[in-house]
Each structure stands twice: as structure tokens, then as C-alpha cells.
Design a protein around this ligand. Structure first.
Ligand SMILES: C[S@@+](CC[C@H](N)C(=O)[O-])C[C@H]1O[C@@H](n2cnc3c(N)ncnc32)[C@H](O)[C@@H]1O
Length: 255
């Protein structure tokens, strides 16, 4: 179980309550999913039967907090796999140590593909110019560790079609602008940076491109949610809010 957002003393009450729920369902052989602030009862969770997927998740996870994100990763892998039909490039804004990207790459066997995968990050945390004070306070201090860039370069050096780009989104697109984007993962945890990235990359999105917004549905990121609703709404696009906390856009140029 992986839950967060409440004071520790309240969380322990939540965990013991959820444990009782889990015990009741398990007694009758019914499924539960209780990870990553998501409680789902009696769902098929068919992604657990997809061995290449679970192997990629387990093989690339550093700890239980990573594996707890398995449903979010299922969304990302589905989106990335669907995007392959478009014959375009893949982009992630907000890579940190490269966990999501490494799962996607292994699952899709990126070493056998012609598509390019761009990874953008400051590798120094949120940019003060493109984030609010609240977002910076909420951010994981680990984002600022200065060894991450070299580790990520090393992690993806096995792929000739990955480009790891260190710089501030959206300004970095003045130097490296991905074209023909089929899959876009926005995971900057900063509303201004994510909507500015979407604005800069929009002309490069292919018709039918899949955009995953990692934090769209998370209550603690509600400023980011409203910023995306407004911005994508102005483009005539709608966002599907997923119970995982993600948002999903299937971009249509003709809207
Ligand atoms: C939630 S983490 C990304 C997690 C990652 N997708 C993974 O697979 O674990 C957010 C990252 O966004 C980066 N970031 C935030 N604002 C940024 C900006 N304006 N430009 C570039 N990187 C930024 C941070 O440095 C941090 O590494």
C-alpha cells in the first residue's frame, strides 16, 4: 500500500482501515488495488497478466513507491504503444531518474524501433520562472541532486534513438525542438511549465497524438488541473481524467 498527502498519524488510520477492507475482499477471492492513492475494488487489473509489462516495471523500479505506480505505467505503456501507429517521435518533459521512460522503452523494445525518444529535464528541480511557490514546496528535494543527469545519460546510453536534453522547459525548445510528435508525457509537476510546453509543442503534434498528463487528477496539484483544462479547452481539446491521477488527451488537429 502506498498512500500520501495526510499527516502521518491520520495515514496510519487510513492504512489500517484499508487493510480491513482488503482482508474482507480477499476472503471471498475478490480483487483489490490499493496503491498510489488509488483504491479500486473488484477490477480485473489485466495488466498484471502482461508479462513483458510487469517485467519492465519490476526490472526498472528502485523501490515500492515506483512499483506502486503500476496502473499509471499501464496508462503510459498503452498510450505509447498506441502512438506507435502514427510513426512519429516520443517526448517526455520531466524525466527525473528516467523510471517511466525506461519502462516504456523496455516494454516497446525501443532498441528495435526507428522512432526517437526525447527526454527533457533541468535535472536540477523546478524552474522558479515556470512554477509557483506552492509547487516548489511540494516538490521532491531529490529532483535537485546534481548526479541525476549523468545517471540518466548512462541509463539510456544503451539506446541509440534516445536524446537526453538538460535545460529549462519551455526555453530549451529554442535549442532542441522535437518534430512529428506521436507521444507526449508531461510530468513537470508545474502548471506554467507544462502548459508552456504544450503551447510550444502543439504545432509538432501529429493528428491523433496521445498526450499523458501525469498529475492532472491529483488534488494536491489542482492548479495544474485548472491550467490544463483552460489551455486545452482553448485548443478545442478535451481531457479524460483517469482514476490514476493522470489526464489523457487524444489530440485532433481538426477540432
Ligand atoms: C515528477 S518528476 C518526473 C518523474 C519522471 N517522469 C519519472 O519517470 O520518474 C518532475 C521532474 O520535472 C523536472 N522539472 C520541473 N520543472 C521543469 C522545467 N521547467 N524544465 C525542465 N525540467 C523541469 C524536475 O527537475 C523533475 O525531475
Amino acid at each position: 500500500m502506498s498512500f500520501y498527502g495526510l499527516p502521518r498519524k491520520d495515514l496510519s488510520g487510513v492504512m489500517s482501515g484499508l487493510q480491513s477492507v482488503e482482508d474482507i475482499y480477499e476472503k471471498t477471492d475478490l480483487s483489490t488495488f490499493m496503491h498510489d492513492n488509488l483504491v479500486a475494488l473488484m477490477r480485473n487489473q489485466h495488466f498484471f497478466n502482461d508479462t513483458p509489462f510487469t517485467t519492465a516495471v519490476i526490472g526498472n523500479a528502485e523501490n515500492d513507491r515506483d512499483t506502486a505506480k503500476i496502473w499509471r505505467l499501464h496508462t503510459c505503456c498503452w498510450a505509447a504503444r498506441t502512438a506507435l501507429a502514427l510513426d512519429g517521435n516520443f517526448v517526455e518533459c520531466g524525466t527525473y531518474k528516467g523510471f517511466y521512460a525506461s519502462v516504456i522503452a523496455q516494454y516497446l523494445r525501443f532498441d528495435t524501433l526507428q522512432n526517437k525518444f526525447y527526454l527533457f529535464d533541468t535535472f536540477e528541480g523546478l524552474s522558479p520562472n515556470w512554477s509557483s511557490e506552492k509547487e516548489r514546496i511540494q516538490a521532491d528535494p531529490g529532483y535537485e541532486w546534481d548526479g541525476t543527469y549523468d545517471d540518466v545519460l548512462n541509463r539510456f546510453s544503451i539506446y541509440s534513438n534516445f536524446q537526453v536534453v538538460k535545460g529549462v522547459v519551455p526555453e530549451v525548445f529554442d535549442d532542441v525542438l522535437p518534430e512529428r510528435i506521436a507521444f507526449l508525457h508531461l510530468d513537470l509537476n508545474a502548471a506554467a511549465a507544462e502548459t508552456a510546453a504544450a503551447e510550444r509543442l502543439l504545432p509538432q503534434l501529429l493528428d491523433g497524438a496521445i498526450v499523458v498528463l501525469d498529475d492532472f487528477g491529483r488534488q494536491e496539484q489542482n492548479d495544474l488541473c485548472y491550467a490544463h483544462l483552460e489551455w486545452w479547452g482553448q485548443q478545442g481539446q478535451t481531457i479524460l481524467e483517469l482514476p490514476t491521477g493522470q489526464g489523457l488527451v487524444v489530440y485532433r488537429q481538426s477540432y
